[in-house]
Ligand binder design. Structure first.
Ligand code: FAD
Ligand code: NAI
Length: 462
């Protein structure tokens, strides 16, 4: 029986980062993973495969829509779906093997199998019990279920099934206009599927800045996605080759049915804690099924910590990673820290959507005096050259102090552009600080500077 300073359960972005940081801090560490490969949801069936398909289909979209105008003539590429799936699989493999390499390099022991915690200080995998001074649970999340909707991962699929469909469906119904629904809906719309998104609320991507929500939905509509808003899905029915989605419109309770070849259920994810033995261990949970932790990520059971999707907060890989590093520092006797006020969110559609910090609606709710600086990508030379003029940058700053409170971008490379605003916010910068920073020309990032200028005396190019 080996004795460790720390055992991490789960090798997703939370777990593997925590394990590597523990090792870097001189701890003897192991990471238990039940899957065949390392990397968790993100690398195997989440962030990485979805971005591979988004990239490939974006290339197709560019070839079909923008090549001819740039003088690139010829037939548009045809889709070899099997090859696209192989490209996706090889991208996953490169990434999961990369974590294997990092574990070896950092001397992290990979314990293969499903773990439970019989008591504090012990992790059981199969018949073997391993001793650990600290246990960090990073067991992640799984797709939430919907009453009346039975997932078979063939005709009615979660994101996992949607990443490996046997063929491109002619008609796809997506339940939920959240991040997964719109990213994977985009993928299949670009591949020629007729995609209808059925959403319970009246807005897409709940929680986002309302102006972005409206613009984003309009953009997705222009790209061919159809939306049925304010619709509560009642049930699905499947035959061998088809599916039906029954829904009720909330405004008048009228009942409707949609036919589909494939139905993607994308109505959120829930923490995954099956088989860990948390009940018997007496670990406190929140009323949303998350593991409850204190500000050092420790549960009510001493020496047992939890991070990532299994605790509260946005279910994002980088949030899990930050908690992984911070929890490692805690168990190594240092002071880990995560600034939850500056966690960016990105949707990798085209254009991308990115946000950080406060929305205009949240500032109104708080009764806070703020100003808005906005700049359209139409005024950005690089964006115009690249057929990427749709969208804008919006910066929210305190009316009196000019301190940046939040930012929202829909446009080219939004997911990269957001980070200069994150850094600015980490340093407590004002919009003027950003506006006075020289930005190279011609870059998309000039639009960020112009939005910052718009918080003051005004942008130049608008
Ligand atoms: P996970 O990545 O879920 O890893 C948990 C691991 O623990 C799993 O491998 C599981 O097998 C293992 N495990 C569980 N229980 C046990 C046990 N008892 N014993 C052993 N092993 C166990 N986030 C982003 O930030 N950007 C994106 O672009 C993005 N895209 C996504 C796309 C999709 C389709 C999905 C589904 C999610 C996406 N996410 C994205 C969310 C992201 O994947 C998660 O936030 C992230 O993976 C959470 O990391 P984690 O370490 O908490 O858990
Ligand atoms: P989500 O929470 O983003 O969206 C779920 C949507 O489904 C919401 O709009 C909700 O109103 C709707 N909904 C719920 N019940 C419904 C019903 N009965 N009928 C119709 N609509 C209903 O969840 P999603 O898209 O499943 O993603 C899960 C998690 O994965 C998210 O928390 C997200 O952070 C993460 N993720 C992150 C990505 C990224 O960072 N780019 C990409 C994909 C996932």
């Amino acid at each position: 029986m080996a004795t460790y300073d720390a055992i991490i359960i789960g090798s997703g972005p939370g777990g593997y980062v925590c394990a590597i940081r523990c090792a870097q801090l001189g701890l003897k560490v192991a990471c238990v993973e039940g899957r065949e490969t390392l990397g968790g949801t993100c690398l195997n069936v989440g962030c990485i495969p979805s971005k591979a398909l988004l990239h490939a289909t974006h290339m197709l979209h560019e070839a079909e829509h923008n090549f001819a105008a740039m003088g690139l003539k010829g037939k548009s590429p045809s889709v070899d779906w099997d090859q696209m799936l192989s490209y996706k699989t090889s991208t996953i493999e490169q990434n999961t093997k990369g974590i294997e390499f990092l574990f070896k390099k950092n001397k992290v022991d990979w314990i293969k199998g499903w773990a439970s915690i019989p008591e504090a200080g012990q992790v059981k995998v199969g018949d073997e019990v391993h001793e650990a001074r600290n246990i960090i649970i990073a067991s992640g999340s799984e797709a939430a279920s919907l009453p009346g909707v039975e997932v078979d991962e063939k005709r009615v699929v979660t994101s996992t099934g949607a990443l490996e469909l046997g063929k491109v469906p002619k008609k796809m119904v997506v339940i939920g206009a959240g991040v997964i629904g719109l990213e994977l809906g985009s993928v299949y719309a670009r591949l020629g599927a007729d995609v209808t998104v059925v959403e319970f609320l009246d807005v897409v991507t709940p929680g986002m800045d309302a102006e972005i929500q409206k613009n984003f939905q309009k953009t997705m509509k222009k790209q061919g996605l159809e939306f049925i808003m304010g619709a509560a899905v009642q049930k699905t029915e499947t035959t061998k080759t088809k599916a039906k989605v029954h829904y009720k419109l909330r405004k008048d309770d009228s009942e409707h049915v949609l036919d589909a070849d494939v139905v993607l259920v994308a109505t959120g994810r829930k923490p995954y804690t099956d088989g860990l033995g948390l009940d018997a261990l007496g670990v406190k949970m929140t009323d949303r099924g998350q593991i409850a932790v204190n500000e050092t990520w420790e549960t009510n059971v001493k020496g047992v910590y939890a991070i990532g999707d299994v605790i509260e907060g946005p279910m994002l890989a980088h949030k899990a990673e930050d908690e992984g590093m911070a929890a490692a520092e805690q168990v190594a006797g240092k002071h880990g820290h995560v600034n939850y006020g500056v966690i960016p969110g990105v949707i990798y559609t085209h254009p991308e959507v990115a946000n950080v910090g406060a929305t205009e609606e949240s500032l109104k709710d708080q009764g806070r005096a703020y100003k808005v600086g906005k700049f359209s990508f139409m005024g950005n030379g690089r964006a115009k050259a690249n057929f990427a003029g749709d969208g804008f940058v919006k910066i929210l700053a305190d009316k009196d102090t000019d301190r940046i409170l939040g930012a929202h971008i829909i446009g080219p490379m939004a997911g990269d552009l957001i980070h200069e605003i994150c850094v600015a916010m980490e340093f407590g910068a004002s919009a003027e600080d950003l506006a006075m920073t020289c930005h190279a020309h011609p870059t998309y990032s000039e639009a960020v500077r112009e939005a910052a200028l718009a918080c003051g005396d005004g942008p130049i190019h608008m």
